[in-house]
Design a protein around this ligand. Structure first.
Ligand code: FAD
Ligand code: MG
Length: 317
């Protein structure tokens, strides 16, 4: 069949889905609209920017019920918060709003504002009672921006599979979820973006199939002031952007919620801890690009990774 694509603006970003093959090609446009519906329904439940979403109600009232689907995202967020020792923290909402990076603003908060916001960030100060999420600290705000797009990509993939799709690419603002392989059975070739150039310049190519490929980086949402680069991945200890030399970190694994959550978590943990994490988890691979244009890989993807930009150097460890 001829590929069938659709684009929608959802989750504050451009979302693309292309179907390359399916059991009944006449159903392609219906399958696309059903997949986008799943993404949009999830956004209605989990967005902080929608006033009556489940998350907005919880952030306003300090507690509230979660639908089954949202419960899954919260549970996964809790696990990744624990696993990363709080480097990833889904209760970071107050700090995220204070900085406003990529949404409202470009202002550097005062030390006092940062200290006040940090006092509300503590992933262990929440309780799940059945399907009710309770925020135990005054001022705590849940922010699922680091993980929910990944979940949306998983939902879209699930829907496409139910619709009989056998080959597709789902791209939700850089969260790439591959369904199957190319129609001819060979793997996809996915470009790894130049972290300093968000306009589709690639530094390397990854050959892979049926995986999620998700990148967190410092050049999508940021501002600069006084020669300092303030980006949107924030350090739950200092309250400032994570400045650890990492410019982008890509996770390759099976499910997109894990890829998205870990992309932010391992970014915040830093290069060495990220590579150690991947070495200890067979199903997770990682690509780290640092501010010296060095590229580090976990062992699992060495054979399927090829540098294409001579300005970047692959470091063999
Ligand atoms: P990631 O690295 O995956 O995540 C970074 C984001 O996670 C930050 O922007 C922040 O929100 C949060 N974060 C920062 N530090 C940490 C940390 N240490 N631990 C945990 N989380 C952290 N954008 C809009 O402009 N308008 C919208 O209306 C809008 N609606 C959205 C609705 C939903 C349901 C979702 C999931 C996202 C929405 N977004 C919207 C995008 C969102 O604001 C983030 O910019 C985006 O999710 C960041 O994704 P990323 O893949 O670039 O970065
Ligand atoms: Mg993420």
């Amino acid at each position: 069949m001829e590929p069938v694509s659709s684009t929608e603006i959802l989750l504050g970003t451009s979302c693309f889905i292309t179907i390359y093959d399916m059991e009944k090609p006449a159903g392609a446009s219906n399958a696309l609209s059903e997949a986008f519906s799943r993404v949009s329904e999830m956004e209605q439940r989990l967005s902080m920017n929608i006033t009556d979403s489940e998350i907005s109600v919880i952030n306003r009232d300090g507690q509230g019920p979660l639908s089954q689907d949202s419960l899954e995202v919260i549970k996964r967020s809790m696990e990744i918060s624990d696993e990363s020792d709080g480097r990833f923290d889904f209760t970071i909402g107050t700090l995220v709003s204070l900085w406003g990076i990529g949404s409202r603003g470009t202002h550097i908060p005062t030390e006092q504002e940062i200290a006040d916001a940090l006092a509300t960030v503590e992933h262990s100060a929440v309780e799940l009672n059945g399907n009710t999420l309770i925020l135990e600290r005054e001022g705590t705000q849940v922010d699922l921006g680091a993980i929910a797009k990944g979940h949306a990509a998983d939902l879209a993939k699930e829907e496409l599979l139910e619709q009989g799709v056998t080959s597709a690419i789902i791209n939700l603002g850089g969260n790439v979820q591959l369904l199957g392989s190319k129609p001819d059975g060979t793997p996809w070739r996915i470009g790894i973006q130049d972290p300093r150039d968000s306009r589709g310049q690639y530094i390397a190519v990854l050959t892979t199939e049926d995986t999620a490929v998700v990148t967190s980086g410092i050049y999508e949402r940021y501002f600069e002031e006084g020669g300092i680069h303030y980006h949107h991945i924030l350090d739950p200890d200092t309250g400032y952007p994570v400045w650890n030399g990492v410019e982008s970190l890509t996770i390759v694994t099976t499910d997109s919620i894990t890829a998205d959550g870990l992309s932010t978590a391992l970014f915040a943990m830093g290069r060495e801890a990220a590579l150690e994490y991947a070495a200890a988890h067979d199903s997770v691979d990682v690509i780290v690009v640092d501010d010296q244009s060095n590229v580090y890989l976990s062992d699992g993807i060495r054979d399927s990774f090829r540098m294409t930009d001579p300005d970047f150097h692959l470091i063999e460890e």
